[in-house]
Each structure stands twice: as structure tokens, then as C-alpha cells.
Ligand binder design. Structure first.
Ligand code: NAP
Length: 525
């Protein structure tokens, strides 16, 4: 498959007339051809209009047909083979093995949503029988979820496959029955085009309306702003910076018809080391934690950027082991010059904060855009007093906080902003103290995990990749896992609708064999 530098608007490849964008290899600075011809409001309008035209047909499709569509996209992405992996590697600097794993995750994610569609519970079909003899009488009430409308998807820089053009936002929106207009991330334009073309082909091969998928490309904020502001768009999926997510949320709220923005933004993912666990295996935890910190050059939204423990000899040993582990970690290439510059600025900024000391840094950079891992140390009192220490430094940097006792640790936890994850290392002797901490962590994070590391997000039914602000803009949802489909659905209640006009999912006799809640009882009757 050829990369041409075009946008994909419905069934067409369209050459924009606005700025030219170039893909860059962050490891070498080399410009990767071809040039990409960005568009603007005109192309956004065309893509969104087509999406609106496609919406009613697409949402009315039998779920099995949308499932087959998702599976065809998964097959197509796999069939791109080395072409996709090589290009993604060149554009992102991410290792080939990591990208191969990410491709598997992307395909599995699409297939998971195909299973979700076939299972049918996503529709939440619910029936309350009429009670004509009750006073007052109850009407016949039936409820199901329907698709929200066309969705704008902003691909993330740090997962060029699994969180990008055919990533979790797109997969869950398409599963819900929402056409997607994706904005290609400027950090992986060629990867975006390859994957976008697979989706475009799948639309044609499945005989779907062309507006089910489009992908626009553009330089600067204008195209993204125009996309979110377009009246056809009914929801937004975003992963990126806090500033970007908030800017797009403002655009969405200022529309004549405000719409939801599901933005996943920033998180420092605190790790709590409880005393017994620290005593028993502190040095092992230190080594494993540092491996998690530098994984993917720290460019994970779940990167462990904050570590808390109670002061004492076990913490001293942990600190020394962690500092030694960081000290031998090599600098590695970040995704883009911009992300690298932001990392350098963040680390330098930490260096200027009173009471925050750098205790280790990795092996110095030897090439462009390489980040050197960094470990800082402070006390709980100083951390609580200076809010700047809570800022996400996107990359392999973490802050170790010494707490006086478990009470101070819990007090600090209460001061934290919202997080994607909170991790606890605990042994049975710690459980009493953890029992007091857990309710605090539930309020702060979308996922609480024990005796592990936050990087590595399983794509499954029970996963929550979300959390209170600023981890996300809406803590009620997840952007990973089967439940992500709920972001792009809304319930409709049908009151006394004639049997002949009811949607199939709600008809008497349950012709689709769905799990349904009938008069409060769950069953398939
Ligand atoms: P970003 O700058 O927020 O950009 C993400 C996407 O949103 C891009 O397509 C960008 O397009 C668009 N965008 C950003 N601001 C916009 C605005 N005001 N109006 C319209 N569109 C806008 O994120 P990034 O490029 O991926 O990385 C930059 C920083 O984001 C990182 O250094 C890191 O701090 C953070 N980040 C966090 C996570 C996480 O999971 N927590 C993941 C990735 C990045 P344009 O660039 O064309 O404007």
C-alpha cells in the first residue's frame, strides 16, 4: 500500500491546499516522504457532512454487520505486515517489537468490540410492562441504547496504532454505530494514512456508506477546532496534553449545541509502598519500578511519576536501589522533538523547585531527541506545600516522597489530583493501614492495583482507563476496554410504542435473543 500524503474523505483520497506537513524520524531528524497536504474547514465540512449522511444507515445496521466491519479492519491492519511496522518505527522511534505488540493489541481491540456487538448487552434492552390497573396506571416502557452521532477522534502521539486512527476511540465509536472523522496526529502521518486506508477499504468492501470514516490532516490547531465545532459532530475522543484536551473541551462547550469531550490528559500514577512490603522486597520493587518508569521512554499515560513510602532504613535501601537502577538506564529517543523539549523543560523545572532534589539520572543522551531518565526526592510536607510537584512530566521521570508515617501518606493522597491509576505494594501486615488508604484511592483513581506496576493496560471487559480530572475530562467512563462503547451511546425510552414500530431489540418474544431486563429480571426470554 502506497502512502500518498492525501487526506481520506469518505471514499476519496483528497489533496489539501493548506499547509504542507512532513513526517520526521525523531531518531535521526530525517524527513520522511511524501509531503502531506493539509486541509482546513472545507475538508472538515465535507467529512462531517458525509458522516452525518451515513449515520442513520450505519446505526441501523444489524450489530453482526458492524462486527464483521470491525473484524475486517483488524484483518486489514494485520495484512499491512512490515509496511506498517517499519513506517510506525520510523515515525515514532518506538522499537519494532513494541509496535508489533501494539498492532496485536489494536487488532484484538477491534475484535473485542465485535464480540461486544454480538453479545448484545451494550444495548441495555430494558422492558417495564404496562400496569393498566395500577393507580395511576403505568404505561408500557421500553429502553435501549442508540448511537450518539458522528464522533471526532484525535489520535494520540504515544500509541501510533492502539490509540490512534483505528485505536480504542475509533473502535468503540464504530461499534456503537457512530461514523468517525479522525484527525491524524502530526507525529505519525504515514502510519495514520496506512491505517486510514484500511478502514476506507473496509467501508467499501462491507458496502457501507462512504461517510462512515474520514481522516483529515492539518497543521496547527485550526483543523481540530473546526472539527470539534462542526454541528454534525456529537462527541469527541481525545488523548494528549492537558492544554489540548481543555482547549477542545472549551470549543465543545461553546458550540450552540455543546457536546461531550472524552479527553484523557494527564496523570502521575502514584505508587504507595507500604512498610512491610518495603521491608520484605524493597530492592526488587525498586528495580521493577524503574523498569516500568523507563518502558517506552516513559511515554505512557500510566507512567509511575510519583512514589510514596514511610521514612526509615527500608526506604533508604529502596532509594539506593532505585537510584542505582536509574543510573544505568540509557537515554532513549522520544516520540517527537516537541515532546522531548517538553520533557527537558519539565525536568529542568523540577530542578528549580526548593526541596525537590534530583537523586539519579540515566546515561547521557547520545542522539537527537533522547530523554535521560531522572529520579527526584522530596518530603511529603514539601510536596503538599508546592503544587508544581504534581505536574506530569511526560517521560521517564519520577518523584520519590518520604512520608513521616502512614497518616501523612494518606494525607498526601487526599491532596492529589485525579489519576488514571494508583498502585499499592502491600503485604498482609500492611492490610490494616491499606484499608484506610483504599477509600481515598477509590476517589482519586480509575484503577487501583496491587503489587504490580501501572504500565500495561489490559484491553478487557473490567478495565477502566479513566479517572477524575485531570486524568480525564469525564470520570464516569473509560477509554480502554469493552465499557468504552458507553461513551458513544445514549438511552432512548419508548413509551406505548405500537408493537409494529418497536425496534427489534425491544420487541415481545425477544427475536434477537438478547439479555434483557424485563420487569427487573435479567434474562433472555
Ligand atoms: P497534544 O499536543 O495535546 O496533541 C494531541 C492532538 O490534539 C494533536 O492532533 C493536536 O494537533 C491536537 N491539539 C492539541 N491542542 C489543540 C488545540 N488547542 N486545538 C486543536 N487541536 C489541538 O498532545 P501530543 O502531541 O500527543 O503530546 C504533547 C504532550 O501531551 C506531551 O508532552 C505530554 O505532556 C502530553 N501527552 C499525554 C498523554 C497521556 O496519555 N496522558 C499522551 C500523549 C501526550 P496539532 O498538534 O496539529 O495542534
Amino acid at each position: 500500500m502506497q502512502i500518498t500524503g492525501d487526506m481520506l474523505i469518505g471514499a476519496q483520497a483528497v489533496r489539501g491546499n493548506d499547509a504542507v506537513l512532513q513526517a520526521i524520524n525523531p531518531a535521526t531528524g530525517e524527513v520522511l516522504g511524501p509531503d502531506f497536504h493539509g486541509g482546513g474547514a472545507f475538508e472538515v465540512d465535507r467529512a462531517c457532512t458525509l458522516a452525518e449522511q451515513a449515520f442513520d444507515t450505519f446505526r441501523a445496521l444489524a450489530p453482526q454487520r458492524r462486527a464483521a466491519f470491525l473484524e475486517r479492519i483488524a484483518d486489514g491492519i494485520e495484512a499491512l505486515g512490515d509496511t506498517l511496522i517499519t513506517r510506525a518505527h520510523q515515525e515514532s522511534g518506538l522499537p519494532v517489537a513494541r509496535l508489533q505488540g501494539e498492532r496485536g493489541r489494536t487488532a484484538n481491540q477491534l475484535r473485542l468490540f465485535a464480540s461486544v456487538l454480538r453479545d448484545g448487552r451494550w444495548q441495555q434492552a430494558t422492558l417495564d410492562s404496562a400496569l393498566p390497573h395500577r393507580t395511576p396506571p403505568r404505561p408500557d416502557l421500553r429502553m435501549q441504547n442508540i448511537a450518539l452521532g458522528p464522533v471526532a477522534v484525535f489520535g494520540a502521539s504515544n500509541f501510533p496504532l492502539a490509540f490512534s486512527v483505528a485505536g480504542g476511540d475509533t473502535a468503540s465509536a464504530l461499534a456503537a454505530g457512530c461514523p468517525v472523522v479522525a484527525k491524524a496526529h502530526p507525529a505519525h502521518l504515514g502510519t495514520s494514512e496506512l491505517v486510514g486506508r484500511v478502514i476506507q477499504q473496509a467501508v467499501a468492501q462491507e458496502g457501507l456508506p462512504e461517510g462512515v470514516f474520514s481522516m483529515v490532516v492539518g497543521a496547527g490547531n485550526e483543523i481540530g477546532t473546526a472539527l470539534v465545532a462542526h454541528p454534525a459532530i456529537q462527541a469527541v475522543g481525545f488523548t494528549g496534553s492537558r492544554a489540548g484536551g481543555l482547549a477542545l473541551t472549551r470549543v465543545a462547550q461553546q458550540r450552540p449545541q455543546p457536546i461531550p469531550v472524552y479527553a484523557e490528559m494527564s496523570s502521575i500514577n502514584p505508587v504507595f509502598l507500604m512498610p512491610a512490603a518495603l521491608r520484605a522486597r524493597g530492592e526488587q520493587i525498586a528495580r521493577d519500578l524503574v523498569d516500568s518508569l523507563v518502558l517506552g521512554v516513559g511515554q505512557f499515560c500510566t507512567n509511575p511519576g510519583l512514589v510514596l513510602a514511610v521514612d526509615g532504613p527500608a526506604l533508604d535501601a529502596f532509594r539506593d536501589a532505585a537510584a542505582a537502577a536509574v543510573g544505568v538506564k540509557p537515554a532513549a529517543t522520544m516520540l517527537t522533538p516537541g515532546i522531548h523539549a517538553a520533557y527537558e523543560k519539565g525536568v529542568a523545572g523540577f530542578g528549580e523547585i526548593n526541596g525537590l532534589h534530583r537523586i539519579a539520572c540515566g546515561v547521557a543522551a547520545t542522539g537527537p531527541n533522547q530523554a535521560c531518565p531522572a529520579l527526584f526526592e522530596t518530603t511529603a510536607a514539601q510536596f503538599i506545600a508546592d503544587h508544581r510537584m504534581q505536574a506530569e512530566v511526560f517521560g521517564p521521570s519520577s518523584v520519590l516522597v518520604r512520608c513521616r508515617d502512614a497518616g501523612e501518606m494518606a494525607a498526601l493522597a487526599r491532596q492529589l489530583e485525579g489519576q488514571l491509576t494508583a498502585t499499592v505494594h502491600a503485604d498482609p501486615d500492611d492490610y490494616e493501614a491499606v484499608a484506610g488508604l483504599l477509600p481515598v484511592l477509590e476517589r482519586k483513581a480509575g484503577r487501583v492495583l496491587f503489587n504490580g506496576y501501572p504500565t500495561g493496560v489490559e484491553v478487557s471487559y473490567a478495565m477502566v482507563h479513566g479517572g477524575p480530572f485531570p486524568a480525564t475530562s469525564d470520570s464516569r467512563t473509560t477509554s480502554v476496554g469493552a465499557a468504552a462503547i458507553a461513551r458513544f451511546l445514549r438511552p432512548v425510552c419508548y413509551q406505548n410504542v405500537p408493537a409494529e414500530l418497536l425496534p427489534q431489540a425491544l420487541q415481545d418474544g425477544n427475536p434477537l435473543g438478547l439479555w434483557r431486563l424485563v420487569d427487573g429480571e435479567l434474562g433472555r426470554a
